[in-house]
Design a protein around this ligand. Structure first.
Ligand code: SF4
Ligand code: SF4
Length: 345
């Protein structure tokens, strides 16, 4: 059996097993060479981080507890000198996505050959606006060049803008621009720290009035446009269900139509290996404790709390909450989320 087939068989087995988490986000470093407005990570640096050997041990544990999809981010994970070793190991075990701010991936092409997706953050087609958001001159040119290089090299690259009031009216143009070049898109949604837990795992940033989406009608229209575009555009990596859920949030009488599945369907891990259901809550142990903690009473209690939590609307957490159980995976397939192809092929 080839290593690709072995991976697919192992992933399928994990996907179909109930009572296990399927998604993990591991922020393996806080190092970052950008200074994005509203981001806290670059302001709160920590030179301590797990070694590649420790991360690999953690990855084995994640595989054993059922994780299928792994997102590696930071900071910028590609700034770690040992990133090749980490990504090789991760890619053999998970559907692996690595995030880059657009400054590093073109210099790390060989390192990225095995990963399933490289996500590049570009927030606008307007160079000046994009660079103002990243607070780094040249960020836009670098990210556009990176996308081009990765595509030419046959690496599965996707563009991932963060939707905010700053770029709300240009998201469709941005989507058309990249998807016409056959570059997939998915989205983040501008959010900020609303945590009431002073010991939250890590902070992302304080509310910034320029980014908070105030034109809710335009947001509803955007969801409608994306839902319509989905029918023909296979490169929009969102699902109808996710967009409908988002639309509901911005309609009059905003309604949350999902229950949060933090510490149930998904977990977050920081650069020191500490884990939590999501970054808004205090850590509950480390990745190395997971085998003994996963079925503990403490975790069961936390799951109930998180299930009723309505503190945040991070799009990735909503998606993980909507799609995690075996039943959801089937609905995911019927929603034609392109990731499923990786499992079925
Ligand atoms: S948003 Fe990402 S790229 Fe920007 S400063 Fe924060 S960690 Fe760095
Ligand atoms: S809603 Fe879920 S992801 Fe958001 S803060 Fe609460 S537990 Fe965390």
């Amino acid at each position: 059996m080839t290593s690709g087939l072995r991976k697919a068989a192992s992933l399928a087995g994990r996907y179909l097993s109930a009572g296990k988490p399927h998604h993990a986000q591991w922020l393996i470093t806080r190092k970052c060479n950008y200074r994005c407005v509203g981001c806290n990570v670059w302001k709160e640096q920590d030179e301590h981080e797990l070694s590649a050997t420790e991360i690999k041990k953690g990855l084995d544990i994640l595989r054993d507890i059922g994780i299928v999809e792994l997102t590696i981010s930071g900071g910028d994970p590609l700034l770690r000198p040992d990133i090749a070793e980490i990504l090789d190991y991760a890619s053999e075990r998970f559907i692996t996505t690595v995030y880059d701010n657009g400054s590093m991936a073109a210099k790390r092409v060989e390192t990225l050959r095995k990963v399933d997706f490289v996500a590049i953050s570009i927030d606008s087609l307007d160079e000046a606006k994009n660079d103002a958001i990243k607070a780094v001159p040249g960020a836009w040119k670098s990210a556009m060049h990176t996308v081009e290089v990765l595509q030419k090299e046959g690496i599965r690259v996707a563009v991932t803008p963060t939707i905010s009031q700053k770029n709300l009216y240009e998201i469709m143009d941005l989507t058309t621009y990249f998807t016409e070049k056959k570059i997939p898109m998915w989205f983040c949604l501008y959010s900020y720290d609303t945590s009431v837990d002073s010991k939250q795992l890590f902070r992302i940033g304080k509310a910034n009035d320029e980014f908070i989406i105030t034109d809710k009608e335009a947001m509803v229209n955007l969801c409608n446009q994306l839902i319509k575009a989905l029918k023909k555009n296979k490169n929009i990596l969102m699902t109808k269900k996710l967009l409908e859920t988002l639309r509901r949030l911005y309609e009059t009488n905003a309604e949350r139509t999902w229950k949060c599945q933090a510490l149930n369907q998904f977990i977050v891990i920081d650069h020191l290996g500490r884990i939590s259901g999501c970054h808004n809550h205090n850590f509950t142990g480390t990745v190395f404790d997971l085998p003994t903690q996963w079925n503990s009473k403490e975790f069961q209690t936390l799951r109930k709390t998180y299930h009723d939590c309505i503190q945040c609307n991070y799009l990735c957490y909503i998606a993980y909450s909507l799609y995690g159980s075996p039943k959801s995976i089937i609905s995911l397939a019927s929603d034609q989320w392109k990731n499923i192809k990786l499992i079925l092929k």
